[in-house]
Structures are given as structure tokens and as C-alpha cells.
Design a protein around this ligand. Structure first.
Ligand code: AMP
Length: 534
């Protein structure tokens, strides 16, 4: 290719760190370690092995794996040969997994042996004759009949080095499926160009936070967002690009994660609120020193109670906002202001747009609402890395991009200084007496009451008001009066309208979660309707 047409390519993210510090290391969760030099050599062998199997430009490669350095290598090798990496959500139901494999038209399926009990029974209904490859972490694993082999053996059969194809920067690099509240999972994809721009912009944004904040070259990175969830929120690319020491924890078990944080002196992670809550509730957390740990919370709002709990452990916690369709970075809380103020609202705010992102809050006619920190509307966005549409779903794509802006389906308001606060998902909004009640505000306030472990606010039908909010909570002790008192205090302080205070607080043993660990409000509403919760 003429060098003047040299486009953006995921492979470029790998060259700088390997050239600068090839001895930097990547750990797995079981004591294994490799240098960036080895990581790169492995990517070359993977690329060679996958190419030998006939994969390349135009083919899609499905991966079902835990969070491993091998998965990181596939993040690079698959797109670098021109193929698309399909990160399969291993938490979906078997029928949904089958749907995504068939919809993606996967040419190859790379499956960890732990997921064979799910995959093997589905194979007769996989419509394309996909090449099957086993992933394993142990010697002597039996390769099932019909499989091409085991991945590390395929890699070992290849020589060093690989000559990668020149690719147009619009070549599709990744694909995954997002499950809405209704209908089939929707395929979301990103090009090399989008992933590289996303990486560069987030690096510029978080890498320039003064002092120890943000993410810097001396950080130690460990994801606690599964790599199948929006390609680990893009951080595996960013961490590699910066040449960080990295730790891929495998399965998520609280004691194991806490041990890895201590052992490798992890300083930067990201996760959904429920995962951090689970970690902090583990017995091992009591004695753990987490004072050098920076955590970015996304996927759901950061409740104030959790933020306060994290601060008490010295964790440098901030909220970030995005979605599957946005690659995912859109906004993050102010990491500069939080260095000089302990006001918790700075850390829990949805925040201001990241570099190169434009955000608006609009009414139904797409007119901007007042930036007064109160008037709500739908959040819409533009950035060079937002997905261009859903795979083979023209109607969904038209809705997503109506009027030329991406419709997030989230409701929020914007302060005069441009700080956004999401108050709800459009689908979860509680409409009581014609007014909207913010379920996220109710949850955040209730979360600050000691003894409240988890809490969700949903609307239930009400003959008089249309809907009324109900709190569903996992609690310890008789905390309902304290929750009511805290909500009433918020009313007095002007943070909550009076009609937003729920009459009912329902105790439950556990709150149902989605496949990526968020509160499953659709299921909670169904359980309230059926009397399963009441
Ligand atoms: P997903 O596509 O699974 O990543 O989910 C994206 C959705 O999670 C968004 O549309 C929001 O509803 C929600 N979300 C993500 N981050 C935040 C945040 N900081 N505050 C409130 N909601 C969030």
C-alpha cells in the first residue's frame, strides 16, 4: 500500500509498547507470566495459525473464554489478519448464544473447555460449518471430536513472525451482541479506525489527569469487566498501547481478585457497581489495602453509598458513562476536581464528555433542554467511534441514529458547566402523577443507609397515579425506617420531590442481575407483578 494511504490499524497500538519496553509483563490469574515480546510473538503465531485455517478478511471468529492473556492476544491477532473478533457473552442463555453465533455467521469458534457443555449441544443447530478450536489452560485436555485442535498446539506449529495484510481502516474489527429488554440480541461492531481513535482519545483524556489520577504508564492494570462486554470497555487496547503491566484474572471470584490486586499491586481497574460491591463485601476486603487502587465504575450509575464505602477504603473511584453502541466511552466524572474536594457528588456524577465526544440533552423534537441541572431529556451523542448501526437490523439502526445523532435511550440533565447526570433509562423511568421519578436518585440515596447491601427502584402500576415507585432491597437489620428518614431528608433538602418517596420497601434475599451484572429491572418488575416479590 502507498504510505500516503496509511490508515489506522489495531496493530499500530502494539508496536510502540513492544518496541519501547519488550520486557514489560502480562500475568494470568494462575501464576503464569509473559513479556510483551512473548505476547507479540504469540500474536504472530496466532495470526499464522488462524490464516492457515482459512480465516482472514471477511471471516468472523467467535471466542468463548475467561479473561486471559490469550484473549488479549486474540483482541489483536484476529482483527490484524482482517477478520472480525466476535466476543461471545458467555453469560447469555444457550439459546441466545446460539442466536448470536448464527447471526454473526461465525467462520470459527474458539471455545474454552469450561464452556463446552454449553457449546457442544448447540453445534447441530449452528448453521455455518464453523471451524472449532479448543482453548485450555492445562496439559492433556482432550480435544473433542470434530475440532481442528487445541489453540496453543496450533500456535506451536507455526514459525516466528507474520506478514500482516494492509487493511483499509474501515475494516470491521470487533463484533458483539447487546441484549435489550425486548427482542433478539443486537449485533454491534467497530472498525479498526474507531477502536484506534477511541484508544487515542481515552488515553489523551485519562492519561493527562494531573498527579496520580487517571491512567499512566506506571499503572498496573487489571480488568474486572468481562472482555466480552464491549471489548473490556476498550481498556485492554489502551493498557497495551501504554505498555502497562497487566493482569488478566480469569474467573471472577472476590477472594481471588483481592489476592491478585495485592500480589501484583494493581492500581487501575474498571467494573460495574455490583462487582465492586461484591468485592468490598468479601471477608478478605476487611484487611486489604486498596489505597492505591483507582477504579472506574460504568455500565450503571455509581450509587453514593458504594462511592462512600470505596472512599473509606481509600479507593480513587469515579463514574464513567457509555454503552455498547458507544465503544463505550462517552463521559466520565471530574478526576481533577475530586483531587481537591471530598464532595462525593463529584465522583458519582455522570460527568463531562470525553475528548472528541459531543453530548446533548434533548426533548422529543430533538431541541436542547435548558442546561440548568434539572430539566431532563434524552441524552444523544456523537463521536468518531460510535457504532454505525446494528448488524442486519435496519429498523433498529434507524431508531438508534434518528436525526443523525445516536439516541442513548437514557434520560438525564445537564448543569450549566456541562456536567451530565443520568437519571434513568427511558425504559425504566417511573411516571407518577404525570411526573418522572428518577429511579437512580432513589437508589443512590437509599444506598447511603448503613445495612443496605443492594437496592433497586422500579415503577409498579397504580390506579390513582399511573405508577408508583417501589424499592426492592437486600438489607441487614431493621433499616426500613432509616431508609424512609433518609429519603425524607432528601425531600427537605430539595434533592427529591415529595411524590418520589416510595410507600413500599420490599426485602429480598437477592436482586436479579443481567448477564453483565446490572440490576435486571425488567425481571424485578415481573417479580413484583407476579407477587414473587411483595
Ligand atoms: P451496556 O450497553 O450494557 O453497556 O449498557 C449501557 C447503559 O448502561 C447505558 O445506556 C445506561 O443506561 C447505563 N449506564 C452506563 N453507565 C452509566 C452511568 N455512569 N450512569 C448511569 N447509567 C449508566
Amino acid at each position: 500500500m502507498d504510505g500516503r494511504g496509511f490508515g489506522l490499524n489495531i496493530g499500530q497500538l502494539l508496536k510502540t509498547p513492544v518496541g519501547r519496553n519488550p520486557e514489560q509483563v502480562v500475568h494470568d490469574g494462575d501464576g503464569g507470566v509473559q513479556t510483551y515480546r512473548d505476547l507479540h510473538a504469540g500474536i504472530d503465531r496466532l495470526a499464522a495459525g488462524l490464516t492457515r485455517l482459512g480465516l482472514g478478511v471477511g471471516s468472523t471468529v467467535a471466542v468463548l473464554d475467561w479473561d486471559t492473556p490469550r484473549y488479549l492476544q486474540l483482541f489483536f491477532a484476529v482483527p490484524m489478519i482482517g477478520a472480525t473478533l466476535h466476543t461471545v457473552n458467555i453469560r447469555l442463555s444457550p439459546e441466545q448464544i446460539l442466536y448470536t453465533i448464527n447471526h454473526a455467521e461465525d467462520y470459527a469458534i474458539l471455545c474454552h473447555e469450561d464452556f463446552l457443555p454449553v457449546l457442544l449441544p448447540l453445534l447441530p443447530r449452528v448453521t455455518r460449518a464453523a471451524k472449532l478450536i479448543l482453548l485450555t489452560d492445562r496439559e492433556g485436555a482432550v480435544v473433542p471430536e470434530g475440532f481442528q485442535g487445541e489453540l496453543s498446539a496450533l500456535m506451536a506449529a507455526e514459525g516466528p513472525g507474520f506478514s500482516y495484510p494492509d487493511l483499509p481502516e474501515e475494516t470491521r474489527a470487533t463484533l458483539f451482541y447487546t441484549t435489550g429488554t425486548t427482542g433478539d440480541p443486537k449485533g454491534v461492531s467497530y472498525s479498526h479506525r474507531q477502536l484506534v481513535l477511541h484508544t487515542l482519545a481515552v488515553t489523551a483524556d485519562l492519561g493527562t489527569v494531573p498527579g496520580k489520577g487517571g491512567i499512566k504508564r506506571d499503572d498496573v492494570y487489571m480488568p474486572i469487566t468481562p472482555l466480552f462486554h464491549v471489548h473490556g470497555w476498550g481498556f485492554p487496547y489502551l493498557a497495551t498501547f501504554l505498555g502497562l503491566k497487566q493482569v488478566y484474572p480469569g474467573r471472577y471470584e472476590p477472594s481471588r481478585l483481592l489476592a491478585l490486586i495485592a500480589q501484583h499491586e494493581v492500581t487501575f481497574s474498571h467494573c460495574v457497581p455490583t462487582i465492586l460491591a461484591m468485592l468490598l463485601a468479601a471477608p478478605e476486603a476487611a484487611g486489604a489495602d486498596l489505597s492505591r487502587w483507582k477504579v472506574l465504575i460504568g455500565g450503571s450509575a455509581l450509587p453514593e453509598g458504594l462511592a462512600l464505602q470505596a472512599r473509606a477504603k481509600g479507593i480513587d473511584i469515579h463514574a464513567a458513562y457509555g454503552m455498547s453502541e458507544t465503544c463505550p466511552f462517552v463521559t466520565h466524572a471530574d478526576m481533577v476536581a475530586s483531587q481537591s474536594s471530598e464532595e462525593i457528588g463529584i465522583r458519582t456524577a455522570t460527568g463531562r464528555p470525553a475528548a472528541m465526544v459531543e453530548v446533548r440533552v434533548v426533548d422529543l423534537e430533538m431541541r436542547d433542554v435548558a442546561h440548568d441541572g434539572r430539566t431532563t431529556g434524552e441524552v444523544i451523542a456523537r463521536a468518531p467511534w460510535l457504532t454505525h448501526g446494528y448488524l442486519r437490523n435496519a429498523a433498529g439502526t434507524a431508531e438508534l441514529w434518528a436525526g443523525g445523532w445516536m439516541h442513548t435511550g437514557d434520560v438525564g440533565h445537564m448543569a450549566p458547566d456541562g456536567t451530565l447526570r443520568i437519571t434513568d433509562r427511558l425504559k425504566d423511568v417511573i411516571k407518577s402523577g404525570g411526573e418522572w421519578v428518577s429511579s437512580l436518585a432513589l437508589e443512590s440515596i437509599a444506598s447511603t443507609v448503613p445495612g443496605v447491601r443492594e437496592v433497586a427502584a422500579v415503577g409498579v402500576p397504580d390506579a390513582r397515579w399511573g405508577e408508583r415507585p417501589v424499592l426492592v432491597a437486600v438489607v441487614e437489620g431493621e433499616v426500613e425506617p432509616a431508609i424512609r428518614a433518609r429519603l425524607m431528608a432528601a425531600v427537605t433538602a430539595g434533592d427529591l420531590p415529595k411524590w418520589a418517596v416510595p410507600e413500599r420497601i420490599c426485602r429480598v434475599g437477592a436482586i436479579p442481575k443481567t448477564s453483565v451484572g446490572k440490576l435486571d429491572k425488567k425481571r424485578i418488575r415481573a417479580m413484583l407483578a407476579s407477587g414473587e416479590i411483595g
